[in-house]
Design a protein around this ligand. Structure first.
Ligand code: SAM
Length: 204
């Protein structure tokens, strides 16, 4: 599962943290220092490292949805469906207010059903962000641990390895710890990596 960096629009559909984030988006639709990787670089690698029968969740927005879907399916992934993360909070925009993000749900190889088939494909989990001592978000696109837990719980067993190659401040790692899964996380930005390490150690 992962939440890759991707282009956002600058008129209310960044879908992450409202007005504050809008101010941080630069003219090329970038939020982070490391925002440039193209999905064609990582999708084949995801397909290569995942085991047959794995589920793969990738978060995105409407700007990148079609390209990412095509890229992932061209790599061999089977597209199961899109889930919706209903964040509860709304962001002003010219074309309806933004309240959700897409979670593309793929599988590699054989189809294995989720563990809790009664789970809705609309996941309502409040978009709450951790703050630093300065009152600012620790990470502007942090995803809630509770959201990660739903996906991990449904698509893996105790002892499995969960991979998040764009882990930010490590919510998927904490969720993995709490569900007794092993976790491999990758993060290019040392500031976020250090926060993730601290949080994951604390959770274990
Ligand atoms: C959308 S954020 C993920 C946030 C994460 N879901 C969380 O809850 O904190 C994407 C992350 O990918 C990182 N990133 C960008 N390029 C990367 C790369 N080539 N390798 C690893 N991490 C990268 C960014 O620094 C950023 O923290």
């Amino acid at each position: 599962m992962t939440d890759p960096p991707y282009k956002v629009t600058s008129r209310g559909s960044a879908g992450n943290s409202g007005g504050m984030l809008q101010k941080k988006i630069n003219k090329r639709g970038q939020v982070f220092a490391h925002n440039n990787i193209d999905c064609s670089e990582y999708a084949p690698e995801f397909y290569r490292v995942l085991k047959d029968g794995s589920h793969c969740y990738v978060m995105t927005n409407h700007v990148n949805l079609i390209k990412m879907l095509n890229t992932f399916t061209n790599c061999g992934f089977h597209f199961i469906k899109c889930l919706i993360w209903d964040k509860g909070n709304k962001i002003m925009g010219q074309y309806y207010m933004s309240q959700f993000e897409y979670i593309m749900f793929f599988r590699k190889g054989k189809g294995i059903k989720i563990n809790h088939c009664g789970t809705s494909d609309i996941l309502s989990v409040p978009n709450v962000k951790l703050k630093g001592d300065d009152g600012k978000n620790l990470h502007d696109t942090e995803k809630p641990v509770e959201l990660m837990k739903i996906l991990i719980d449904n698509s893996s067993k105790v002892g499995d390895i969960i991979l998040d190659p764009f882990m930010g401040i490590g919510g998927a790692g904490i969720a993995s710890q709490q569900l007794d899964r092993n976790f491999i996380g990758i993060e290019i930005d040392n500031k976020y990596y250090d926060i993730a390490m601290q949080r994951i150690k604390k959770a274990s």
